[in-house]
Design a protein around this ligand. Structure first.
Ligand SMILES: CC(=O)CC(=O)C(=O)O
Ligand SMILES: [Mg+2]
Length: 218
């Protein structure tokens, strides 16, 4: 029997649950209302991409945006998890990008259609290596940044999140049961911008880890 290792959670085929508009400054830069309840959407496991492989611009988009986000790796599943015990369900973290075809998303929004084409395409979820829980004692208090071709674009702090990590785990698990190996993307701070073929994206979290991805087109 093969045993799965949570430090390679992206190989497990589990779901990726994304929270949108969880930073007021980002909601405002896209002229969205600041939410009173979390905004949720999903990416399939085929969205994962690791360093060494490129982020691919979908052929139907001409405005691909980066969104740097803290990812929560679920270590113990559950349904309707109380906020008080939510952190017991966390195995660790990952630095993630929620790659977004902004032109397609704007079109979907104007037509009242779901965001699947804009958010769930192959390589739409670049992820770092697994970060153990011990390395981030307070996930609500870490700096995240992202550079495009060495130019700083996003430099935010998880203390700016509207909904806390325990609240998000509790809220999500009431609607969608969480399973070991699931990943929650917790939303992006301001500074999202367009990337082009051949661009290099570098992102980091505190002095814990950095990751680099190239952008390519099929
Ligand atoms: C407007 C968005 O794309 C929402 C989102 O993903 C976010 O992180 O905020
Ligand atoms: Mg996002």
């Amino acid at each position: 029997m093969t045993t799965r290792n949570i430090t390679r959670f992206w190989e497990w085929g589990r779901k990726i649950i994304c929270v949108g508009r969880n930073y007021a400054d980002h909601a405002k830069e896209l002229k969205n209302a600041v939410p009173t309840e979390p905004v949720l959407f999903l990416k399939p496991p085929s969205a994962y991409v690791k360093e060494g492989s490129p982020i691919l611009v979908p052929h139907y988009s001409s405005n691909l945006h980066h969104e740097v986000e803290l990812g929560i790796v679920i270590g113990k599943g559950g349904t309707a998890i109380p906020q008080t015990s939510a952190m017991e369900h966390v195995a660790g973290y990952a630095l993630c990008l929620d790659m977004t075809a902004r032109d397609v998303q704007d079109d979907c929004k104007s037509k009242g259609l779901p965001w699947t084409l804009a958010k769930a395409f192959n390589t739409s979820c670049p992820v770092s290596d697994f970060i153990s829980k011990e390395k981030i004692p307070d996930p609500g208090n870490v700096n995240l940044w992202l550079k495009v071709n060495d130019k700083m674009r996003q430099n935010g702090h998880t203390s700016q999140m509207i909904f806390s990590i325990p609240y998000l785990i509790s809220y999500i698990s009431e609607i969608i049961s969480l399973e070991e190996g699931d990943l929650i993307l917790t939303g992006t701070p301001k500074g999202v911008s367009s990337v082009q073929e051949f661009d290099e994206l570098q992102a980091g979290i505190e002095d814990i880890l950095t990751m680099t991805f190239k952008v390519d087109r099929l």
